[in-house]
Design a binder for this molecule. Structure first.
Ligand code: SF4
Length: 812
């Protein structure tokens, strides 16, 4: 067979580049066969220069793939080891081929299997699980047949069979997780393709992994593998562990608490089989965890002495053989960025996938915004320099000591002593001065400053820019010096290089990192990219972060994520505004996607009442809280507990805590205020008895799930409009204005409606729940846009306008 009959032209070119980058050494590749052309159309580079990885992963590969490696000698006859691996591959339906370095010759040891024809989902079989008397009914104690759930299942089946993208808003109580999990598992099973489910919160991941999927293992007529995927940084790197143990006698000499913590971690490491941070049941500081956590650019992969027992590599094998992968939005985006930057070949955290379900999809915009910026953090730079040159265990001293044993050490040591170390010291000095410059930009009470044209023209910024420009040049110089040293070392003979392999790998990663620091510093200092908004945040005295975010993620996500998918489902209880999905469709760059709105199966007409006082001042009028505090007090004392009060700022929340905590306490009512206690503690304490009230802001507007009588009242103090001066909000609104659009109607309002719906949804969590919502913000009835909020609420909820006194005296 000719090479061109086996690979697409693009793959031939890319593999040639990979071999050239590996300096002609062996590379191991996993090729994916395109069903239509029968050619390898995509591939992952598995390993360079080492055969050990192939047997390690072969059990987890799927038919339709082919293991390919090169024989640099050009002699393509398989060795005995090749035959051994090839026969194992063949037994699993996986092909095995050998190529030469020029890719003009190929020896196919085992023909790969062409992937299966796509198998469509059988609606009848899947829907039967949800019917009365069906398997879910038999296995779930309080299962209820819900037409709404069936609607979602049908759409999922169509989305998989017809390769569609769809937004599904499923009201609270629809049972959407089973509605997407069962079709997804059938699809993965029938088509031997993984399906990825992304969530925003750990709570939902836990619910899926520990409840829903456990039950489905008993319900479905086939076995499946579902894996919760964690990022690399969640696993201990055994090589870093060894390095840490070597330094033990010198670590934390005057910090007894840190030494105790370290001992606890090492004891845990003696016991653990998975090396995952989530297993640790004591508090571990980020400082110690970072000493141990696996890092991509420091990983030696197949060249690592611990490769065979590496925690992360073991976890990765599980990931690559799973039917269903549960991830969070951050990991989803990290993987997408890695795949995009790596050209979709050997990079990424997840295997190649074509079907994606995004739950809690209303959070994706914020995650993408946060994830796609290029920040410059002083904390990151400090850590970098500590690891580069702080003590004898840092990279440069270690490298220097290793190089002293070589006969041509003179040049190396000169370069380190006269160029690199002075340059590091110089940058350290510059770094301290750089952050001093920020003091002149901030006034005492400012925490965040958006970098606008006016700020850039100020004298303080000009000084920062001049100083930072020099800082940037010196960082680049350090990168250059490190690179020169690296290039020189590479000229040593192969056996010396082998001995230096670990430190060289680290050096390589430090070169990449200093370049990234320099680039990000420059990007933030220029603050000139019109596609980004820039700001500076004072984290604490003397600590400033430079941040930025893309203005429009709709431009980025198609290339990054959507275009590689066959099936995409975005779901949440809050995706529509006024029954319309266009806000999220446009914001996420998915204008052509389908939509489905499924109302909650709860009977809001009988389960809930929304009261809006019609005789109070507007919630954004001066002195609003001062005017309302007595009413709030009267209301809370009368209710006596079982209440969640949602605020839109800590200022407002703290004002009410100060004014009301004594009177509530006198009546035996416990006030659980956000900021005074951790979120989980508040939620657990709240369930202990009826005489408790939660005061919450931002994070309490969503994710609070308290069923039953413990939560019967919800008070919304103000409509949750974003702060208009917040940099991302302000910049995006300006952009809309420039485009001749109405920023309030097209940005502020939709986000406020989504958050209001989330807040509203905290009250009724089951068919048995009953409760009252009181909105202290009567713009719901006094402003033209109030109708948009009200029309976005669950159908049937009674809305009553009355005087505040009547509500307190007669309705509570
Ligand atoms: S393979 Fe990578 S992550 Fe695993 S122990 Fe080695 S260096 Fe660490």
């Amino acid at each position: 067979m000719k090479v061109s009959e086996f690979f697409t032209d693009k793959v031939i070119e890319n593999i040639k580049e990979d071999i050239a980058e590996s300096k002609g050494q062996e590379v191991f590749i996993l090729g994916f066969i395109d069903r239509e052309s029968g050619k390898v159309s995509e591939y992952n580079l598995l390993a360079r220069g080492n055969k050990e990885m192939v047997p390690a992963i072969i059990n987890d590969l799927k038919p339709g793939t082919v293991i390919i490696h090169n024989h640099p000698s050009g002699v393509l006859e398989p060795s005995a080891a090749d035959i051994r691996v090839a026969s194992r591959a063949g037994n699993n339906g996986i092909g095995f081929a050998i190529i030469n370095n020029d890719l003009d010759d190929i020896y196919i040891v085992v023909e790969p299997k062409i992937p299966l024809e796509e198998v469509e989902l059988e609606a009848g079989e899947i829907l039967s699980f949800f019917e009365p008397g069906g398997e879910l009914d038999k296995k779930l104690k309080d299962y209820e047949y819900r037409e709404q759930q069936l609607k979602v299942v049908k759409e999922l089946i169509n989305a998989f069979n017809e390769h569609r993208s769809i937004f599904i808003e499923a009201g609270t109580g629809t049972g959407k997780s089973f509605a997407y999990l069962i079709p997804a598992l059938y699809w993965a099973r029938l088509n031997e393709q993984p399906v990825v489910v992304s969530t925003n919160t750990i709570n939902l991941q836990e619910q899926l992994m520990e409840k829903d999927l456990v039950l489905l293992k008993k319900v479905l007529p086939f076995s499946f593998k579902a894996v919760l995927v964690k990022g690399r940084g969640n696993y201990v790197c055994k090589r870093k562990q060894r390095n840490l143990e070597e330094r033990l006698a010198d670590l934390y000499l005057d910090q007894a608490d840190k030494q105790i913590e370290l001992m606890k971690v090492l004891n845990w490491l003696d016991e653990t089989g998975v090396g995952s941070r989530s297993e640790i049941n004591f508090v571990i500081s980020s400082e110690i965890w970072e000493e141990l956590a696996s890092e991509s650019d420091l990983c030696l992969r197949t060249n690592c002495p611990y490769f065979d027992s590496c925690f992360f590599m073991e976890a990765r094998k599980e990931v690559f053989s799973a039917d269903l992968l549960i991830v969070n939005h951050h990991l989803l985006l990290s993987d997408a960025v890695l795949k995009y930057e790596g050209g979709g070949t050997d990079t990424g955290i997840l295997p190649k996938y074509k079907s994606l379900i995004i739950d809690e999809a209303h959070n994706l915009v914020d995650t993408a915004t946060a994830h796609l910026g290029k920040p410059f953090y002083v904390s990151g730079l400090n850590k970098y320099f500590q690891r580069l040159y702080q003590n004898k265990f840092s990279l440069i001293p270690r490298l220097r000591s290793k190089l002293t044993s070589y006969k041509d050490k003179g040049d190396f040591l000169k370069k380190i002593d006269s160029k690199i170390i002075p340059q590091i010291l110089k940058i350290n000095d510059l770094q301290a001065g750089y952050f001093n410059n920020f003091k002149n930009i901030f006034t005492d009470d400012e925490r965040i400053i958006r970098v606008t044209a006016a700020v850039k023209e100020s004298e303080a910024w000009q000084e920062l820019e001049e100083y930072g420009g020099n800082f940037h040049i010196e960082m680049q110089k350090l990168g250059l010096y490190l690179h020169e040293l690296y290039e020189e070392i590479l000229k040593l003979d192969p056996s010396t290089l082998y001995e230096l392999e670990e430190v060289l790998m680290e050096l390589e990663s430090f070169i990449v990192r200093i370049q990234l620091f320099a680039n990000n510093l420059d990007f933030n200092l220029q603050a000139a990219d019109s596609q980004h908004v820039f700001w500076i945040e004072k984290k604490q005295e003397g600590v400033y972060n430079q941040e930025n975010a893309p203005l429009e993620i709709a431009e980025l996500l198609p290339d990054l994520l959507w275009d590689s998918l066959d099936t995409l489902v975005l779901t949440s209880a809050t995706l529509s505004i006024n029954k319309d999905f266009s806000f999220f469709q446009e914001t996420l760059g998915l204008e052509k996607s389908d939509t489905l709105l499924v109302e909650s199966p709860f009977d809001y007409a009988s389960q809930a009442r929304l009261f809006i006082p019609d005789d109070i001042p507007e919630a954004n009028s001066p002195g609003f809280m001062e005017n309302m505090i007595d009413y709030l007090e009267e209301l809370l004392l009368k209710i006596g507990g079982r209440t969640l009060v949602l605020f839109t700022s800590y200022n407002m929340l703290n004002y009410c805590v100060n004014k009301l905590s004594n009177s509530l306490q006198e009546k035996g009512i416990n006030l659980l205020a956000q900021g005074n206690f951790p979120r989980n503690y508040i939620l657990e304490r709240f369930k202990e008895n009826d005489k408790q009230i939660i005061f919450g802001t931002d994070s309490f507007w969503e994710g609070v799930d308290i069923k039953g009588e413990k939560l019967q009242y919800l008070i919304i103090m103000r409509l949750p409009f974003a702060v208009p001066t917040e940099p991302v909000t302000a910049a995006r609104m300006e952009l809309l204005k420039k485009a001749g659009k109405n920023p309030f109607m097209e940005y502020s309002l939709p986000w406020a409606v989504i958050k209001f719906k989330q807040g509203f949804g905290r009250l009724i969590r089951s068919k048995q729940d009953k409760g009252i919502i009181i909105s202290f913000d009567n713009r719901l009835i006094t402003k033209h846009y109030g109708k948009i909020f009200l029309n976005s609420l669950p159908a049937g909820c009674p809305v009553e306008q009355k005087s505040i006194k009547t509500i307190i005296k007669e309705d509570i």
